[in-house]
Design a protein around this ligand. Structure first.
Ligand code: PRE
Ligand code: MN
Length: 358
């Protein structure tokens, strides 16, 4: 084949490409009109019967050189692209996205307005063990003016033989202490069936990392009038995390706090790897407040302060960490909880750090 001949053939191909492009766009405009019409009539956009009829007609006239399967594939792609074209921009935009709602969502918890630019702390023991244990932590928090008290009543543990939490008894302890001291309760609920009962005792329902894709739980907490603190899954991408929040908001509850708590990587020096850049990404992509859990991301007491500083510096709305009156005997997460003197120092350091940030 002479190079002249090759070049002529390619010129023809270029012409045909442009014709295909023109026809595709002409088709696309008609598809958009069909889309408008279907919307008016309230009919489904996806119409497999119509697609089948179109394909049959195409294949009746088809006689090579492409394989029948190839032609089917190409037209299926065209149908798919056409369906996407019929979706309006509004429908493509997630309800949690900044695009859908440019202003920050403020989550109201007790007297606090989370997401208003003031950086706050959520503190408390890993698990509720007793009234006295929770009370000691709450009193220490009160000294610093903190009001967001966490504590686990239902503990989803890696091993079924580990302490599973006090259940409703734990919720009652949290409520009692919080009322006494004037605080709000943040606690994890692990099954949809427990949500209703929890409403009585809890101010913020936490959906834990292991349940981030428990879609039935997400739908249930989306249907109640209680703020939700949603933790990122152990191996969840940011997009999966955002979609989990979309499950909640799509049911009507926009009072959602996202919580970065470290992701699983090959690194063994920390319990998880704190994905600090997730914070500005989530703040940019969504309108929801963002928390950083420094306890579970690092699993190391010596890293709580530096990672909390990083979280504040990068713009997190909340820092979460665990405190126990006597971590050595804690029933869970004993290695990474702070005792009360360490907690006092932690908050003092961070308050002066915050003051330097502004
Ligand atoms: C079209 C697109 C999607 C439907 O599933 C079926 C067909 C197409 O691209 O041909 C157009 C269309 O919406 C329609 O004919 O109802
Ligand atoms: Mn814990």
């Amino acid at each position: 084949m002479s190079s002249q001949h090759l070049s002529n053939l390619r010129d023809r191909i270029d012409q045909i490409n442009l014709q295909i492009l023109e026809l595709l766009n002409e088709r696309g405009k008609i598809v958009q009109e069909i889309g408008e019409e279907k919307k008016k009539q309230g009919t489904n956009r996806f119409d497999p019967v119509r697609e089948r009829e179109s394909l049959d007609l195409i294949l009746k006239y088809h006689d090579g050189p492409y394989e029948v399967s190839t032609i089917k594939h190409i037209f299926k792609e065209i149908f798919k692209a056409s369906l996407e074209l019929q979706e309006t921009d509004y429908e493509k935009t997630l309800l949690v996205s900044r695009k859908a709602h440019p202003e920050n969502t403020i989550v109201k918890v007790g007297t606090e307005t989370i997401g208003d630019g003031v950086q706050r702390f959520i503190m408390g023991p890993c698990a509720v063990e007793s009234y006295e244990q929770v009370r000691q932590v709450a009193l220490a928090m009160k000294e610093h003016g903190l009001t967001l008290l966490r504590g686990g009543a239902y503990k989803p543990r890696t091993s079924p033989y580990d302490f599973q939490g006090l259940g409703v008894e734990g919720l009652k302890i949290l409520r009692e202490v919080a009322d006494e001291v004037g605080m709000s309760v943040v606690t994890e609920i692990v099954t949809p069936q427990d949500v209703e009962q929890a409403l009585e005792y809890v101010d913020v329902i936490q959906v834990g990392a292991r349940n981030m894709q428990n879609f039935e739980l997400l739908k249930t907490v989306g249907s109640v009038k209680k703020p939700v603190l949603l933790k990122r899954g152990l191996s969840a991408t940011i997009s999966e995390f955002i979609n989990a929040a979309e499950y909640i908001i799509s049911r009507g509850n926009n009072q959602i706090i996202l919580c970065e708590r470290g992701i699983r990587t090959y690194e063994k020096a920390t319990r998880n790897t704190l994905d600090i850049s997730a914070v500005p990404i989530l703040k940019k992509e969504t309108h929801l407040p963002v928390a950083v859990d420094v306890t579970h991301s690092t699993g190391r007491r010596d890293l709580l302060l530096p990672t909390a500083k990083a979280a504040l510096a990068i713009g997190a709305d909340l820092v979460m960490a665990e405190v126990h009156p006597d971590p050595a005997v804690a029933l869970s997460d004993s290695l990474q909880q702070m005792d009360i003197p360490q907690f006092n120092e932690f908050i003092n350091e961070l308050e002066s750090f915050k003051a330097k940030l502004v």
